[in-house]
Structures are given as C-alpha cells and as structure tokens.
Design a protein around this ligand. Structure first.
Ligand SMILES: [Fe+2]
Length: 254
C-alpha cells in the first residue's frame, strides 16, 4: 500500500517532532501494510515554508536513517502547498515540488473557505501540464456547506484526496458522512493518511480501507489503492464523471 500524504519528516512542520517520533511513525506505517509514503510537508500555509531543495535533502536523510534501522519503508518526496497567488511563479523559481516528481501537485485550501481565485489557479496549473489534487476537501467548511463548489472544480479537472481519519470518523460524524457522499458521487480519487504523529493524528489507513470495503465493496478499495500506485508512477488515474452530491433533507415534525 502507498500513502500519498504525510507529515512524517522530522522537525520541519507540525508533523513528527523529531527523528524518534518520525521513526515511530514509520514503524506504525509498516505495521499497517504501507510500503511507501510520500512525505508532504506544509509549504506557504502562513506558518511553514519548506521549499523543494530542503524537502529533497530531508527525504534523503530520513531514508538513510530508515535503512540503517532496517525499517522496510521508502519515503518519496512531495509537498502540501497552501493555495497562494504566486504559486506558479514560485514553481518557475524551483521552490515547488510535485508528488514524487510526477505531474501531480497537492493543493491545500484554507480550512474555512474557498478563495475566489481557486478555479483560475487550478486551471493555470493544468495549463502547465500538471494535475492539481485538492487535499482533504471534506474538512473544508465551505465545501461542506456547498458541495457544488467542489463538484465544479472536479468537473474542471481537479482531483481530490480524502483523509483516512475522515473516513473512519476521527474528524466527527459530519465529516465522515460528507466523505462517504464524496466517494459515492465519484468526487474523490485518493485516500491518504495525512498522518502527523503517532497519537492524535496517526495513519488509520487500514481502518479506512475496512470502512470503504464495508460500505462500497472491494472494487472501490481497489480503485483507491490502484490510483495511489498510478499517481506514484505518473500515470493517468481512474476517474468517473462526478455526479451531484445528494444532501438528504429530512422533514421534521414539530
Ligand atoms: Fe497535510
């Protein structure tokens, strides 16, 4: 299994505090059946700046440690980029890192809203030959309120990634329900851990697979696992035409 989103690199963002915690996270990943993890440190989120060269250096250092500890896990480079106006200028400057040097790029929206320029920027990213992947849309307050916003971006070529912990209910019932609706409506293409530590924000990958299997069957499990593989190899991923997200309204008797 491949996990395409994690904060496993030690001491560079709000993920693993130090090498000890990073190694513990790696051991948990291996226990869950994960073979490769894409390290995606925060970049430009107002607090953390981790440019391409710095991440590549840290990935190499951490892989060396894992090898010396005989932990069978490979770390691949990536970056979680908060959407910002000069993202593409910085890409030209060489600060931006795609996922495992492919044409797939992680884009994070602020948790409370969807900036006005999102659609235009996602379009421009695609003009550069890259495919933007919106990370954890299920945890965005505006998307939750207005799923058509997400549907529109997916129809225009963006992919999306759910958090394993959202699928398992770790972020609450509302987020879990929305995650299920996103799967059902073909509006999401990946499930990844977004693991930050070994306690409050661990991997939950195996548990999320069980939940998807229970709710949607083995084909959907295969779809998510295969898409992570295809992404890693820079190949086109599976996707289907998204349908409108049904929000069931209940008529109450008062
Ligand atoms: Fe993240």
């Amino acid at each position: 299994m491949i996990d395409i989103h994690s904060h496993i690199l030690p001491g560079i963002d709000d993920g693993a505090l130090n090498m000890e915690e990073a190694v513990s996270m790696a051991r948990i990943a291996v226990d869950e059946g994960i073979k490769k993890v894409i390290a995606t440190p925060h970049h430009q989120n107002g607090k953390f700046f981790n440019n391409k060269q710095y991440i590549l250096k840290k990935v190499k250092e951490f892989n060396d440690v894992l090898q010396s500890e005989n932990i069978p896990l490979e770390i691949l480079p990536g970056q979680e980029i908060r959407i910002y106006g000069s993202l593409l200028d910085d890409f030209e400057k060489g600060d931006i890192l795609t996922l495992n040097h492919t044409n797939y790029l992680f884009v994070e929206l602020p948790s409370g809203h969807v900036p006005r320029y999102t659609e235009q920027l996602l379009f421009e990213i695609q003009l550069k030959g890259m495919t933007p992947i919106i990370v954890h849309p299920e945890r965005n307050a505006e998307m939750l309120k207005n799923p058509d916003k997400l549907l529109n971006l997916v129809k225009k070529g963006a992919l999306t990634q759910l958090t394993a912990g959202s699928v398992t209910g770790n972020f609450g019932k509302k987020v879990q329900k929305f995650s299920m609706q996103l799967i059902e409506s073909n509006s999401t293409h990946f499930i990844a851990s977004d693991a930050h530590n070994t306690t409050t924000r661990s991997f939950h990958m195996r548990q999320s697979i069980s939940k998807v299997y229970k709710e949607f069957g083995s084909q959907v499990v295969y779809y998510f696992q295969e898409n992570a593989e295809l992404l890693m190899r820079d190949q086109p991923v599976y996707k289907q035409e998204p349908s409108k997200i049904k929000c069931k309204k209940f008529l109450g008797i008062f």
